[in-house]
Design a binder for this molecule. Structure first.
Ligand code: NAD
Length: 413
């Protein structure tokens, strides 16, 4: 059966085999180093008490502090958080960011709670996991259902516990609280940097190419905008409520105004409705899944018509679907490369906070672009040389770096 954790372990097993590593190394890298599950008693605005479950998983910290987002979603469970934490380890190693991988999850649908309730949940969760986190230990960031306000509450809660302000404990903070310029758009900018590289690699002119983007949140919205800015025709976008399409391309700025006013892409007057499933099978050059895991699976992979899939989301393609796409010649730029812009600028934010010295937006953007392009070139070169898919090449490069850190550090005792 396919699940994010099963798929993540399968990808690791493939990389371990390719690199000729032993069974013990696989077991070591397949197993999270630390896991904490906490109970969050929430007093609701009406006075009733509800018990919510939260997790923090540190998959690996051999190359530096653990790093990874915090997700608020009713579907969150420990195995999903384990998979996402493992992918963070590979992402940081691949981009040569000096971190290991972690992830957090709280099983809550934030749309059904007031801001005051979300603040109480966030503060209690932060307090419960505070023995694990810290600028040198584990640094959370936003993910699905969380944002810069969540990070501000986390930073404040952690700081109150320490008795002084600790800006480096989380990234993705508001600019006024030590956030980095360019962080809010970093993931989507990174997605578009590699998407444009990949289109050119496939001899496709971006200004004559079309795209469909699933998810219109922090990643998908910016990706749609920056693809449009680069001249790509954004033919369809969607969110969890449904989608919109226009054969000649959507007016992304007008769509953003509609989303700001209504909370969804649904009902946008400048397009026709489209179901999420149909969007994935649209006749476009580029497909950017930027919502949740497992949307491209064995049941629809043979109907994906895009030549290029750039994974804005983590784990949007199951391992079975990956094999089908590879066999059909569809190029897939894997999540650990495609959506790494967020962790790159999170790293920049942490560096700036630790030095108490902030960079200009131009410096951030330039360094982000350079890192994304370098990683793309390394992965492409390795894939060509070893005749691998981009995912197998990216995972192997990352696993090799983490395994090397383990060998060099040795086992204690
Ligand atoms: P978000 O909460 O800001 O947005 C999620 C979007 O996906 C929303 O538009 C939501 O309506 C939509 N969505 C949710 N379920 C859906 C479904 N079943 N079908 C279609 N659309 C659905 O979250 P985000 O930060 O944009 O994260 C999206 C993905 O990108 C996740 O996989 C996340 O792990 C990954 N990611 C995010 C970042 C980051 O910096 N935010 C970095 C790397 C990877």
């Amino acid at each position: 059966m396919s699940s994010p954790l099963v798929d993540a372990r399968r990808q690791l097993a493939d990389a371990v085999k390719l690199l000729g590593l032993d069974r013990g190394t696989f077991d070591l890298l397949a197993t999270p180093r630390r896991e904490l599950t906490v109970c969050i008693p929430l007093r609701r605005d009406d006075g009733s008490v509800e018990i919510i479950t939260g997790h923090r998983v540190q998959h690996n910290y051999s190359r530096g502090p653990a790093k990874g987002g915090l997700r608020y979603s009713p579907q969150v469970d420990l195995d999903e958080v384990r998979a996402l934490a493992m992918w963070m380890t590979w992402k940081c190693a691949l981009l040569d960011v000096p971190y290991g991988g972690a992830k957090g999850g709280v099983a809550i649908d934030p749309r059904h709670y007031s801001a005051a309730e979300l603040e109480r949940v966030t503060r209690r969760y932060t307090s419960e996991i505070s023995p694990l986190i810290g600028p040198a230990h584990d640094i959370p960031a936003p993910d699905i259902g969380t944002d810069e306000q969540t990070m501000a509450w986390m930073m404040d809660t952690y700081s109150v516990g320490r008795g002084h302000t600790v800006l480096g404990v989380v990234t993705g903070k508001p600019i006024s609280l030590g956030g980095s310029l360019g962080r809010a758009t970093a993931t989507s900018r990174g997605v578009v940097h590699v998407a444009l590289e990949a289109l050119r690699h496939l001899d496709l002119d971006p200004t004559r190419s079309s795209a469909a983007v699933q998810g219109f949140g922090k990643v998908g919205r910016g990706a749609s905008r920056f693809l449009g800015d680069a001249g790509v025709t954004v033919r369809a976008v969607s969110d969890q409520y449904g989608g919109v399409q226009h054969a000649d391309g959507l007016d992304v700025a007008a769509l953003e105004a509609h989303v700001d006013a209504t909370g969804s892409v649904v009902g946008f007057a400048g397009g026709e409705p489209i179901e999420n499933d149909d969007l994935l099978e649209l006749d476009v050059d580029l497909l950017v899944p930027a919502a949740v895991e497992g949307v491209i699976h064995s049941g629809n992979a043979d109907r994906v018509r895009a030549q290029l899939v750039v994974e804005g989301a983590n784990g949007p393609t199951t391992a079975d679907a990956d094999a089908v796409l590879a066999q059909r010649g569809v190029t897939v730029v894997p999540d650990i490369l495609a959506n790494a812009g967020g962790v790159i600028v999170s790293y920049f934010e942490w560096v700036q906070a630790n030095q108490a010295y902030w960079w200009t937006e131009g410096e951030v953007e330039e360094r982000l672009a350079a890192r994304m392009t370098t990683a793309w070139e390394h992965v492409l070169e390795y894939a060509r040389r070893a005749d691998l898919t981009l995912r197998a090449a990216a995972t192997s490069l990352a696993v090799k770096r983490v395994a090397q850190a383990h060998v060099q550090r040795g086992l204690y005792p």
